[in-house]
Structure formats: C-alpha cells, structure tokens
Design a binder for this molecule. Structure first.
Ligand code: COA
Length: 160
C-alpha cells in the first residue's frame, strides 16, 4: 500500500470503546494512525482539548504506531502538514452516512489528493456515541461497558 499514515479525527468527548474499535481496525491497515482531537464548531465539549488528548494517550500508551494529537483548524491542512492522504471515519449506521458523505466530499473538494476511508466498528458498538455516555454518567449510570476505566474515572470526577 502506498499510503502509510492515516488520520482519525473526531471530537472524542469522550473516546468510547466504539472509537477504540475503529482505531484498532485502522492500525491493522496503516503503518501509522494519528488520532486527532479536532474541533467540531457545532459542539461545546465537556472535556478540554488537553483532557481528551490525555485520555486517548493513556489508552494507546503502549502502541508505538498510534499517536494522539490535537488541532484547531481545517482537517485537510493538518493532513497536508503530516503528509497524510487518508482520513478515517467510522460508519455505524445508515444515519451516519449523509453527514459523513458531505464531510468526505467537502474535504475532497478542499484537498483532492486526500481520501476518506470508512471503517465499520463492531456491531456491539453501533448504538454508542459520546453524548449517550455523558448522559448515562451524569445520571449516575454505569458506563464501564462503554468506556475504558481511565475515561470512566475522569467522567465521574468531572461530573461529581
Ligand atoms: N463509536 C462510538 N461513537 C462514535 C463512533 C464510534 N465508532 N463514531 C462516531 N461516534 C459518535 C461520536 O461519539 C459523536 O457523538 P456525539 O455527537 O454524541 O458527541 C458522533 O458520533 C460523531 O462525532 P465524531 O465522530 O466525534 O465526529 P464529529 O462529527 O464531532 O467530528 C470533525 C467532526 C471534528 C472530524 C469535523 O468537525 C472536522 O473535521 N473538524 C475540523 C474542521 C474542519 O476541517 N471542518 C471541515 C470538515 S468538512
């Protein structure tokens, strides 16, 4: 395969087992995966950029080929800077498609040499998203099936 670096961008507020499943799949396909905490201008995250980056770094601490970064600009500019030609996105259900399709085509218009690769997470995680995790945690529910222990601890500390 010509391309070796893939960027997996998202808000990750917080990262869940569903996202982790996508990272693991990407790591099987590409020699380097950058998990990128990026800004979605329509979201006001619970965790700061640094907190989200730290949580993800803790999870992939022992994985040399998986790195974590943050960026507050256009995704394609970051990709160009890293000389990456692949963006990874997860597709959980048909409902994800329209938004993902729009983003992929916009990114392609902005940077024709950069492609979006869609990966399908394990069906066990199709219902998951970060908002649901935050809501369950806020209401005192157990989120240990949804997020790793380090994320659960930080969620509890944040919402206490
Ligand atoms: N498992 C669990 N949940 C998942 C998931 C998976 N595999 N894949 C997506 N989700 C959830 C996320 O948790 C998130 O849930 P939430 O809405 O409850 O927070 C939702 O699905 C989608 O969010 P996410 O994957 O984080 O993407 P996003 O839509 O917030 O991120 C960016 C979009 C950050 C990638 C995009 O805004 C971006 O590229 N920003 C940079 C600026 C830019 O270049 N803009 C132009 C883009 S065309």
């Amino acid at each position: 395969m010509k391309q070796h670096i893939a960027i997996y961008p998202g808000t990750f507020d917080p990262i869940t087992y569903g996202h982790i499943d996508v990272v693991e799949r990407a790591a099987e396909l590409f020699s380097r995966v950058i998990v990128l905490v990026a800004r979605n201008t329509s979201k006001a995250p619970l965790f700061t950029d640094d907190e989200r980056i730290t949580m993800i770094r803790e999870i992939f601490r022992d994985r040399r080929r998986i790195t974590v970064d943050g960026f507050d600009g256009l995704l394609v500019d970051y990709a160009r800077r890293k000389k990456a030609h692949v963006l990874i996105r997860g597709l959980r259900a048909v409902s994800d498609f329209e938004y993902e399709f729009q983003m992929a085509l916009t990114n392609r218009k902005l940077a024709p040499t950069i492609d979006t690769v869609f990966l399908v997470p394990h069906e066990q995680y199709t219902y998951l998203n970060s908002s649901i995790v935050r809501e369950v945690a806020r209401l005192g529910g157990d989120v240990s099936d949804f997020v790793p222990p380090n994320v659960r601890r930080r969620l509890m500390a944040k919402l206490r």
